[in-house]
Design a binder for this molecule. Structure first.
Ligand SMILES: *Cc1c(COP(=O)(O)O)cnc(C)c1O
Length: 364
C-alpha cells in the first residue's frame, strides 16, 4: 500500500464535524473579515503559545515581514537569518527593504548555529531571525545572550513549530515576536492561507493591529500607511476547530519520530538530533545521506512519498542572484543530502517500519 508524503484530507477528516460547524457559524454570521472568529482565535492561540498577544494576518511571510516593518527595520538594516531555511524567512527581510545576512547551521540540527552569530554582526545589524526548522526550536539560550549583548531584536520564524517548547517555554514566546504560518501542510493548518504573530510587546502588538488593516482601527481613519493582511473569519473558524487537538497530534508525531529513530538505527544515514532543552513537534522528519538518489528511487518504487527541504539554498536561488554572499559550505552540502520522510499524526508504527525497511534495503 502506498504511503503518501502527507495526506491532508486524512489530517482534516479527524476534525470534520468541528470544521464544518465552524464554517457554518461564519456563513450564518454575515460577518466575514475581522469579526468574532478571528478575535476568539487570537485569544486562544495567544494562550496556547503562552504569549500576551496574537495578531492574525494573511500568511506566514506577511507575519514575519510585518514584525520587521513594525520595528522600523528597513533599507540599510541587516537581519541575521539561517543559510538553511525556507526562502520565506529571507523574503520577509527583503520585503521590509532590509538585507538578509546568512548564518550557517549547526550540522547536527540544521538550525542556525549560535556560535556563528557574532562574526556576522555589523553596525547595521538590527535583528536575528532564527527558524525552528523541522519543528525543533533553535538553540535559543545562547542566541538570546548574543542578541542581548548587541541590542538586537529576536524574531522567531515559528512557521514549522506550533506547540514546540524550549526549556519549558512555547515557540512563539521565546523572543521579542514570532511569525506563524497556517498553510495547510503545517502542524496547525487552515484550509487555505493564514498566519499570525505572537508577542509580549504591547506597543508592537498595537502597531501590528494597525499595520495589517490599512493602518486603521477606526473605519476610514488611517494612522499609518498599512497593508491589507488579515486572517479571515473562515480560516480562523477552521483553526479554532483544530487547535484543541494540536497537542495530541504533536504527541502522535513524536511517537512516529521515535519509531523512525529506532527503526533507522545503524544505517549510513544521519538522523535528526535534538538539542538540550528542546521539545520538537516534528513538522518534518529529515534524514541526511550522501546516497540520497538511491534512497529516493527505492521509496518512489515502493510508493512511498518523499520530498527535499530544501533542494536549492536561498543564496543560490535566482531571486538572490546579483548579491555577493559569503561562502556557505554547510547549507550547500545539506541541499544535496537531506531527505524528508512521511510524517503525520495518523501514521502507525507499521507504516514507519515499512518505510525504514525500504531504506535499509536501498542502503544495504
Ligand atoms: C511555511 C513557512 C513560511 C511561510 O509561510 P506562508 O504562510 O506559506 O507564507 C515561513 N518560514 C518557514 C520556515 C516556513 O516553513
Amino acid at each position: 500500500m502506498a504511503i503518501p508524503f502527507l495526506d491532508l484530507k486524512r489530517v482534516n477528516a479527524a476534525h470534520d464535524e468541528a470544521i464544518r460547524a465552524g464554517i457554518a457559524r461564519v456563513i450564518d454570521s454575515g460577518w466575514y473579515v475581522l469579526g468574532e472568529e478571528v478575535a476568539a482565535f487570537e485569544r486562544e492561540f495567544a494562550a496556547y503559545c503562552e504569549a500576551r498577544h496574537c495578531i492574525g494576518v494573511a500568511d506566514g511571510l506577511d507575519a514575519l515581514a510585518l514584525i520587521l516593518k513594525a520595528y522600523g527595520i528597513t533599507s540599510g538594516d541587516e537581519v541575521l537569518v539561517p543559510s538553511n531555511t525556507f526562502i520565506a524567512t529571507w523574503l520577509a527581510v527583503s520585503q521590509a527593504g532590509a538585507t538578509p545576512v546568512p548564518v550557517e547551521p549547526d550540522p547536527r540540527t540544521h538550525n542556525i548555529d549560535p556560535a556563528r552569530l557574532e562574526a556576522a554582526i555589523t553596525p547595521r545589524t538590527r535583528a536575528i531571525m532564527p527558524v525552528h526548522l523541522y519543528g525543533q526550536p533553535a538553540d535559543m539560550a545562547p542566541l538570546l545572550e548574543v542578541a542581548r549583548r548587541h541590542g538586537l531584536k529576536v524574531i522567531e520564524d515559528a512557521a514549522q513549530a506550533h506547540g514546540a517548547r524550549y526549556r519549558g517555554r512555547r515557540a512563539g514566546s521565546l523572543g521579542d515576536a514570532a511569525g506563524f504560518s497556517f498553510y495547510p501542510g503545517k502542524n496547525l493548518g487552515a484550509l487555505g492561507d493564514g498566519g499570525a504573530i505572537t508577542t509580549n510587546d504591547d506597543a508592537l502588538a498595537a502597531k501590528l493591529r494597525l499595520l495589517r488593516n490599512y493602518g486603521s482601527t477606526v473605519k476610514y481613519r488611517h494612522e499609518l500607511a498599512g497593508v491589507n493582511s488579515r486572517l479571515d473569519e473562515m480560516q480562523a473558524a477552521v483553526l479554532r476547530a483544530k487547535l484543541p487537538a494540536l497537542d495530541a497530534e504533536n504527541e502522535a508525531r513524536r511517537r512516529v519520530a521515535a519509531a523512525y529513530l529506532e527503526a533507522l538505527q545503524g544505517l549510513p544515514l544521519r538522523l535528526p538530533e535534538v538539542v538540550e532543552g528542546a521539545e520538537p513537534v516534528w513538522h518534518l522528519m529529515v534524514v541526511a545521506t550522501d546516497r540520497r538518489a538511491a534512497v529516493q528511487a527505492a521509496l518512489t518504487e515502493a510508493g512511498i512519498g518523499h520530498l527535499v527541504h530544501y533542494p536549492i539554498a536561498c543564496h543560490q536561488q535566482q531571486a538572490y542572484a546579483g548579491h555577493s554572499w559569503p561562502p556557505l559550505p554547510i547549507a550547500e552540502a545539506l541541499q544535496h543530502q537531506v531527505l524528508s520522510l512521511p510524517i503525520a499524526p495518523y501514521m502507525t508504527g507499521e507504516d514507519v517500519r515499512r518505510v525504514a525497511g525500504v531504506i535499509r534495503k536501498a542502503l544495504a
